[in-house]
Design a protein around this ligand. Sequence first.
Ligand SMILES: C[C@@H](N)C(=O)N[C@H](C)C(=O)O
Ligand SMILES: [Zn+2]
Length: 224
Amino acid sequence: PPVEAGHTTAPTASVSGAPLPDGFVHLADAVPDAIQEIRYASTYNFVGERIDGYEASAAILTAEAAAALREAGDILRTQGYVLKVFDAYRPQRAVDHFVRWAADPGDERMKQAFYPDVDTSRLFADGYIAEHSGHSRGSTVDVTLVGAATGREVWMGTPFDFFGLPSHHGAGDAEGVSADAAANRLILRDAMTAVGFVPLPEEWWHYRLADEPHPETYFDFPVR
Ligand SMILES: C[C@@H](N)C(=O)N[C@H](C)C(=O)O
Ligand SMILES: [Zn+2]
C-alpha cells in the first residue's frame, strides 16, 4: 500500500488463511474489490509506529458489517467509486497502545501530519480516539472513496485520521473544507447510512454498524 516516504508497511496479509473467531471474516474474502491500506499495520499513522495487535495488513469485520459494507460498495460502484478501507476490526491491545502513547506527551513525532491543532492530551477527550472503540467490537470501519476510473483517492478535505475541526461532518469554508470535498463526504455518507452504518460526528471516515452483533464485547484477537 502507498505510504509516505520514510515509513514502512506491515507484513502482507495472510487473507483467508488465518483462522478467525466465529462470525468474523476477512474483507479480502467478503468484499474483494475494496482497497485496503491498513495504516495501523504500518508506521504511517498518528503514533508513527506499527500498532500492537496488527500482525498483518488485513481488514477483518463481523460478517454482518462486511455484508453491509459490500452493499455500500455496490451502491458506490454505480456512481463510479470503489471503497478504500484504512481500519476495520481493531484489537483492544491496539487501543491500549494508543492510550500508552497518549500518556507520553513528549512523543509528538507525527503531530504535524495528523493533529497539528489539537494537544495530545485532548485527543481522547475530544472524541478523536476512544479508549473502548467500536472498532474492537468488530463492526466499525474507517473508509474513503477511490475513483474507479482514476484509481485515485477522492479528496475529502482532510486526510484520514486528521484529528481536528476540518474532519468533522458539516465542516466547510470556515474550517478550510471546500464545497467539492464536502460533497464528496456526502456521497460516502449517503451510501454508508443507506446500508445501516452510523457516522461519527468528529471523523468523516468512521462508520459503525447500527445493528452490530456484539454491542458489549471488546475483542482482542490479533489481526493476521
Ligand atoms: C483513531 C480513529 N481512527 C478512530 O477510529 N477514532 C474513533 C473515535 C475510535 O477510536 O473508535
Ligand atoms: Zn474509526
